[in-house]
Write a protein that binds this ligand. Structure first.
Ligand code: NDP
Length: 237
């Protein structure tokens, strides 16, 4: 039976691959994001619905949930990104606070707000996209993703009695998304690949497959977990 799926950040990269998997099964998929143009292009390509919504903005989320189906079978909190990629942490406290807030909002608060807004309408699974950065020590971004995994344990305990699972998929290096585009030297890219046991970068479809499993009835006893999809990359710094 067709399910109702919401994928935040679904216009590009990993979110788009996730939306594609569910759409291919005939599910009703809504993708969200801040930029209208890529969102509508992806929606047209995949045959899904686009909703412009900043997942860090409570007012926009309140408007969004009014437009969503009454029952949400699967929520995928994929929206996020690293706004301080490889930059030195600012020493000016105001700049530091702004940088941390941006990362915490995008990667942690967004999932808390979206899940809370839809909590009473969830029937199947919540899957958050975390990161290997949570275990590496990676500034505000890594701390936000670690916080996501921590908060998910509480969420899992709250939703479990209702038959709703809550899990994190934690990717390692995923090539070909906007996340790393034009930000890696060839040397850095090679070292990220060398750090895996598989000697290959992940692709968005690797993450989509993990999300699809966690959202399936086969995974109904799997909850409160972090599923690493990182080619065996070691997580030490
Ligand atoms: P992308 O930049 O392609 O995807 C991020 C998506 O999130 C974009 O579509 C963006 O759209 C959306 N987004 C960002 N902020 C918000 C917001 N506040 N509200 C709504 N949508 C938002 O990169 P990826 O596909 O690689 O990243 C997807 C997820 O995977 C992220 O959470 C990232 O942290 C995580 N990840 C990625 C890894 C990688 O190697 N690529 C590794 C580990 C984790 P818009 O800007 O229009 O809002």
């Amino acid at each position: 039976m067709a399910r109702n799926i919401v994928v935040t950040g679904g216009a590009t990269g990993i979110g788009k691959a996730i939306a594609r998997v569910f759409a291919a099964e005939g599910d009703t998929v809504v993708i969200t994001g801040r930029r209208a143009e890529p969102l509508h292009a992806t929606a047209a390509e995949l045959g899904v619905t686009a909703e412009v919504c900043d997942a860090t903005d409570p007012a926009q989320i309140e408007k969004l949930v009014d437009r969503l189906p009454g029952q949400i079978d699967v929520l995928v909190n994929n929206a996020g990104g690293n706004t301080d990629f490889d930059s030195e942490a600012p020493t000016d406290l105001r700049a530091l606070a702004a940088a941390w807030r941006t990362n915490l909002d995008a990667n942690l608060l967004s999932a808390v707000l979206m899940t809370t807004a839809l909590r009473d309408r969830l029937t199947g699974a919540v899957v958050h996209i975390g990161s290997i950065a949570a275990d590496k020590g990676a500034g505000a971004y890594g701390a936000a993703k670690a916080g996501l995994a921590s908060w998910n344990i509480q969420l899992s305990a709250e939703l479990g009695p209702r038959g709703v699972t809550a899990n994190v998929v934690a990717p390692g290096y995923i090539s070909d998304t906007e996340f790393f585009r034009d930000k890696l030297t060839e040397e850095r890219r090679a070292s990220l690949i060398a750090a895996t046991h598989t000697r290959r970068p992940g692709v968005p479809e690797d993450i989509a497959a993990a999300v699809h499993y966690l959202a399936s009835p086969a995974a109904r006893q799997v909850t409160g977990q972090v599923l690493a999809v990182n080619g065996g990359e070691r997580t030490t710094r």
